[in-house]
Design a protein around this ligand. Sequence first.
Ligand SMILES: Nc1ncnc2c1ncn2[C@@H]1O[C@H](COP(=O)(O)OP(=O)(O)OP(=O)(O)O)[C@@H](O)[C@H]1O
Ligand SMILES: [Mg+2]
Length: 263
Amino acid sequence: MNLALAQDAPPLRVEDLSLSFGGNQVLHDISLHFRPGEITGLIGPNGAGKTSFFNCLTGLYSPQKGHILLGDARLEHTAPTERAALGFSRSFQHVALCPELSVIENVMVGLDRQSKAGWIDAFLPLTRGRAERQNNRALALEALTRLGIAQQAYESPTQLPPGMLRLAEIARAIVGEPRVLLLDEPAAGLNSVETHDLSVALKSLRSPQLVLVVVEHDMDLIMDVCDTIHVLNVGRVLASGDPSHIQANPEVVRVYLGDDDDE
Ligand SMILES: Nc1ncnc2c1ncn2[C@@H]1O[C@H](COP(=O)(O)OP(=O)(O)OP(=O)(O)O)[C@@H](O)[C@H]1O
Ligand SMILES: [Mg+2]
């Protein structure tokens, strides 16, 4: 990877972000910095605000206060589709693949935001539309290959075990080469072998061009793959640091890591 390019990749910064639903304040003055080239973990107890924070980043939720910056670009007032076009991509806490489409077709959906073919191409067999679709299919296959599940490309998601479903979702999220990739509990429902495969896949995604943020309750996975971890607790940043500092933080152990009953 070209070093000059790596230096150009924009960081994601959040400043004083606050979000409320009615009288329920879900996020309180969150200020965080996410560096490209790193895998950042976002952890915390159920209800801490992790998914809400992702929803603010992607534009699904509108925070009442604060700034979201990708490099110098202020994003808090841009629509979700514009943020997607700028390079934001995500996976969801619950598997969200379309059962009527094959795995590769699901991955191709991740390219729709970039499509140059207009809606008319859906009705007319124009060369441009066909060529783009062929190109998208090749890109989708490449993303599936990166995640080690190219052999399942033409299967139905209903036939796949949970680990492969998660990898297929990640393939859909990376196929457009995002600049910011947000993964919400990618290890939920996976067994230990699948979780191991996932951790290998996540490490392979680390790139100087990518801000990668992982929300997860599986602490072995988080401690294994993350360079930096932020801990949220009831909507506030409780701690930030590398895995060894987070594991040794008595307040983090008290509110979260010490709770063996957590998912
Ligand atoms: N659309 C909404 N309307 C009202 N309240 C909401 C909405 N979305 C989230 N909340 C509230 O925000 C708080 C944080 O929820 P959120 O889903 O962000 O937590 P989380 O950290 O992702 O939890 P988990 O680990 O269980 O997924 C909860 O009290 C939740 O009820
Ligand atoms: Mg959540």
